[in-house]
Design a protein around this ligand. Structure first.
Ligand SMILES: [Zn+2]
Ligand SMILES: [Zn+2]
Length: 243
């Protein structure tokens, strides 16, 4: 399949996982404990994918500019998720007292829209490099998409928004993801900028959004799931790299 078409299809798949995450939160009685495993597995897989695959490929196409672009991508998410929004963490938002002013939830939505836009940039720029890179970056993005939609919907509910608005916010993250894919598809020759910046974004999401959530879990079980996520990349590398 044409790499652009494939990245659009997979971008839509990732977007629907955002919507599904939002759906879980607006359906009060749905079991959600298993989402912690997605966060832990996703963090290890994203971390390994960034360091072992995205950064080396970036060096190949962007050479000496790679470190600066990775740093820019990393700091971009830090700025929009944690500087503009004073209270943000991945997972269910239960601190309603932090959200007496509903505009706070909109600054979080804004930060997540920037991050999810780069999820889309990551998928499309990876497919422009190779099928292998495209598939593993898609998987890295997909693994944190359900918790991402879940997070934004719970933030909206904590700030007093309606269930409809909460669900709408998770759908907006899906739209931003697809917008990222389409933007990269339109500016294919910018792949040497898009890949390293989205590598920095992915590194941030893995190491600074997801792993802190894993560390909040009691016991070592969840911490070990991170290593399983890392191992998953090495297993896929061994069996599927050539295609
Ligand atoms: Zn909170
Ligand atoms: Zn994301």
């Amino acid at each position: 399949m044409n790499p652009i078409l494939l990245s659009v299809v997979l971008g839509l798949t990732a977007a629907s996982a955002n919507v599904f995450g939002g759906f879980i939160i607006v359906q009060k009685h749905w079991e959600r404990a298993y989402l912690r495993y997605f966060v832990a597995l996703g963090s290890g897989f994203m971390l390994a994918t960034t360091i072992m695959e995205m950064i080396p490929e970036s060096v190949r196409i962007a050479a000496g500019r790679t470190p600066l672009y990775v740093l820019i991508g990393y700091l971009l998410v830090h700025f929009f998720e944690h500087t503009v929004s004073p209270h943000f963490h991945f997972g269910e938002e239960t601190h309603s007292d932090e959200f007496i002013h509903s505009h706070k939830s909109y600054s979080i939505l804004g930060g997540l829209l920037i991050h999810t836009f780069f999820d889309g940039i990551a998928i499309a720029s990876a497919f422009l490099v190779s099928n292998w890179l495209g598939w593993i970056v898609f998987l890295a993005v997909f693994l944190h998409k359900v918790p991402e939609g879940f997070t934004v919907a719970s933030v909206m509910l904590a700030s007093g928004s309606s269930r409809k608005a909460a669900f709408g916010a998770s759908a907006m993250l899906g739209v931003a993801t697809v917008a990222g894919v389409l933007t990269m598809s339109l500016f294919e020759k910018w792949v040497s900028v898009g890949l390293p910046i989205s590598a920095g974004v992915t590194l941030y999401v893995a190491a600074s959004d997801l792993i802190p959530e894993v560390n909040k879990e009691p016991g070592v079980g969840m911490a070990f799931v991170v290593f399983a996520g890392v191992a998953l990349l090495f297993v896929l590398d061994k069996f599927f790299r050539s295609f």
